[in-house]
Design a protein around this ligand. Structure first.
Ligand SMILES: *Cc1c(COP(=O)(O)O)cnc(C)c1O
Length: 397
């Protein structure tokens, strides 16, 4: 690995470990354990395992380590720990570092399971959690008081695509010694500069753009070597949320094409958003890459203007018209993943965010007409035609 490599080169070659056979494609080390040459070697390895020495797949595995190294290099982090799912990464990143009496400040607009971890799990163990409007730097400033241990936010929120100022929030957090943990799924590893912009810990659900073809669940925690090896690794290896070697292999293969896929999806997402903006059947078109998105200047600064692969639409006529729209789609599918090669529509109010009480849905803008569109790799013209035809069926417009 060279530090001068472009992300595209790192995504193909970063972290490779070849066996004695010199295989081109990364090997799957589908093994739970590792044989020691002697009892002395076993004892020594348990005392201190070297970088290329493994003990048990829950602790680490060569295929998984390739993925961890490659993702860390891509993100500009010192190290990483791969997990069984994105949620194992979010909960592991936070739980491994927090204890009773600590204080966390979090953005309010979160993926449903992230909200559950912060609101229901951490508080049960005596961690104080305060939620703020993630787009309001003054609200962050007021909440990040001395004694705050960590701040948490999705750099681009699900499903209303609010963008949080990573540099601004990190400066406030670092002034009181708090650790900044960023769930960066919607920004994608392709467009992210989160570590350079101040994040201490970056978390991905690799289920999304890294796999990119809807096959495996996975996640990764990226940060300093000290944090990953002294805080995260002991917690994860003893609590059991490690990634399987087979999954790591699928993710490694996914990384080889991630840049091409994500750029194509983001280009289509922008074209679709521009085409649909102002359509008479829609009350809102939300896409951070649109010049009219309220935070587009921040998107320019933080993500080089890239708005990601997801947009949200609000259909006039409430849930009835919206369900008609979803049921009329011919190309896109109704599901709840994102970052997939297939275009996926989700109705957050009745699925991913169903659990939330109505007042919270209202506060987050999760209205009965809101749908999330994860743009896939189909031809842009087919996707636009599909959406326009379904809108006509649903609303006559
Ligand atoms: C999907 C997602 C997660 C959870 O990832 P899983 O791999 O499904 O566990 C966490 N945060 C965000 C923002 C997500 O989109």
């Amino acid at each position: 690995m060279s530090t001068t490599w472009d992300k595209r080169t790192t995504a193909v070659h970063g972290g490779v470990r070849r066996s004695q056979y010199g295989e081109v494609s990364e090997a799957i080390f589908l093994t739970q354990g590792f044989v020691y040459d002697s009892a002395e070697q076993a004892a020594q390895r348990f005392e201190k395992a070297g970088d290329d020495e493994f003990i048990y797949a829950r602790y680490g595995n060569p295929t998984v380590r390739m993925l961890e190294d490659r993702m860390a290099q891509l993100e500009g982090a010192e190290d990483g720990f791969a997990t069984a799912s994105g949620m194992a990464a979010v909960s592991g990143a936070l739980t491994s570092m927090l204890k009773a009496g600590d204080r966390v400040v979090s953005a309010r607009a979160l993926f449903g399971s992230c909200l559950y971890v912060l609101e229901e799990v951490l508080t049960r163990f005596g961690v104080e959690v305060e939620f703020v409007d993630g787009t309001d730097l003054d609200a962050w400033k007021a909440a990040i008081t001395p004694g705050t241990t960590a701040v948490f936010f999705e750099s681009m929120s699900n499903p209303t695509l609010e963008v949080v100022d990573i540099e601004g929030v990190s400066n406030l957090a670092h002034a009181v010694g708090a650790t900044v943990v960023v769930d960066n799924v919607f920004s994608t590893p392709v467009f992210s500069n989160a570590i350079a912009q101040g994040a201490d810990v970056v978390v991905y659900s690799t289920t999304k753009h890294v796999d990119g073809q809807g096959r495996t669940l996975g996640g990764i925690i990226l940060g300093s070597r000290e944090y990953i090896r002294k805080t995260v690794e002991p917690y994860m290896k003893h609590t059991g949320g490690s990634m399987s070697p087979f999954t790591a292999w699928v993710m490694l293969k996914g990384l080889e094409t991630m840049d091409l896929r994500v750029r194509a999806q983001a280009t289509s997402a922008l074209a679709i958003a521009e085409h649909l903006d102002g359509h008479p059947a829609l009350s809102r078109v939300i896409y951070p890459g649109l010049a009219t998105h309220p935070q587009n200047p921040l998107v320019q600064r933080q993500l080089g203007g890239q708005g990601g692969t997801v947009l949200s639409l609000e259909i006039k006529g409430g849930q009835e018209a919206t369900f008609k729209f979803l049921n009329a789609l011919q190309v896109a599918v109704i599901s709840n993943n994102l970052g997939d090669a297939k275009t996926i529509f989700t109705h957050p109010a009745t699925t991913t965010h169903q659990r939330l009480p109505q007042d919270q849905k209202d506060a987050l803008g999760i209205t009965p007409g809101l749908v999330r569109m994860s743009v896939g790799l189909e031809a842009e013209a087919d996707l636009i035609a599909d959406v326009l035809a379904a809108l006509e069926v649903a609303t006559g417009a």
